[in-house]
Design a binder for this molecule. Structure first.
Ligand code: DX5
Ligand code: ZN
Length: 213
C-alpha cells in the first residue's frame, strides 16, 4: 500500500512545510484542485501547485475536480512521475482530457463520483495509469467513508485485469477502515484529515500503514 496525503486538510498558510513534513512516509502528495463549478468549493490551481512542484521532490497526484480539465491540464509544470487525474463526469469529453494530459510529461488518471457506474471507465482503461475511486462525494475533506466503495473497488480491479493501473481510493479513510480498502484492491490510499488533522503527522501515517497490514 502506498500512502498519498491530501494537502486539502493541511494548513494552507504553510503548504510547503506541511508537504515536506509528511515526505518520509508518503509515496506521493495529493493536490485537490477545485473550481467552484464541478464541485461547490474552491481551492488552488496551477500557480500554487507549480510553485510547490519546484521545491518538492515527491511525485504529485493532481486531482482535478474541475469542469474543463483539457483546458487546465497543460498549465501544470509536471514531471513524468506525476499523475494528472480528471473526472469522467466533466463537461469536456474524457478523450479530450486524455489527449491534453498526453501532451504533458505526466501520467493520466481518471476518477469518478460515488454514484457513477464503474463501467463508464471501460473505454479509457487502456489510456490511464491510475483510477481514483471516490469514497465520498468530491468537494470537501473530512466526510465519512462510504462502504459502497468496497464492492466498487473489487469490480474495478476485475475490469482492470492485468493492465498496469494503480487503484487509488480517496475520501474518509482512517486507521479504522484502511484495511478493508486495501483488501478490496486499493494500492494507493489518499488521506487528508487522518494525516493533517493529527498533531503528529508521522505517527498518524504510521498508524495508517500498520492498520493496513
Ligand atoms: C475530496 C478530496 C479528497 C479529500 C480527502 O473531494 O478529493 O482528496 O482531501 O480528505 P479526507 O481524507 O479528509 O476525506
Ligand atoms: Zn482528492
Amino acid at each position: 500500500m502506498k500512502l498519498s496525503p491530501s494537502l486539502l486538510a493541511a494548513d494552507f498558510a504553510d503548504l510547503y512545510r506541511e508537504a515536506t513534513s509528511v515526505a518520509s512516509l508518503a509515496s506521493s502528495l495529493h493536490w485537490d484542485v477545485m473550481d467552484g463549478h464541478f464541485v461547490p468549493n474552491l481551492t488552488f490551481g496551477p500557480p500554487v501547485v507549480n510553485a510547490l512542484r519546484k521545491r518538492i521532490d515527491l511525485p504529485f497526484v493532481i486531482h482535478l475536480m474541475i469542469d474543463h480539465p483539457a483546458e487546465y491540464a497543460p498549465q501544470f509544470d509536471v514531471r513524468p512521475s506525476d499523475t494528472i487525474v480528471f473526472h469522467v463526469e466533466t463537461a469536456d469529453g474524457a478523450d479530450e482530457a486524455l489527449d491534453a494530459i498526453a501532451e504533458t510529461p505526466a501520467r493520466a488518471g481518471i476518477s469518478l463520483r460515488p454514484a457513477t457506474p464503474i463501467a463508464r471507465l471501460d473505454p479509457y482503461l487502456d489510456r490511464v495509469a491510475m483510477v481514483l475511486v471516490m469514497s465520498v462525494e468530491p468537494g470537501f475533506g473530512g466526510q465519512s467513508f462510504s462502504s459502497d466503495a468496497l464492492p466498487r473497488i473489487r469490480v474495478l480491479a476485475e475490469r482492470i485485469g492485468t493492465r498496469p493501473i494503480a487503484v487509488a481510493v480517496d475520501g474518509g479513510i482512517h486507521a479504522g477502515n484502511v484495511r478493508d480498502v486495501v483488501r478490496a484492491g486499493a494500492e494507493v490510499i489518499i488521506a487528508g484529515s487522518a494525516v493533517f488533522g493529527a498533531k503528529d503527522r508521522i505517527q498518524a501515517m504510521r498508524a495508517l500503514l500498520e492498520a493496513a497490514r
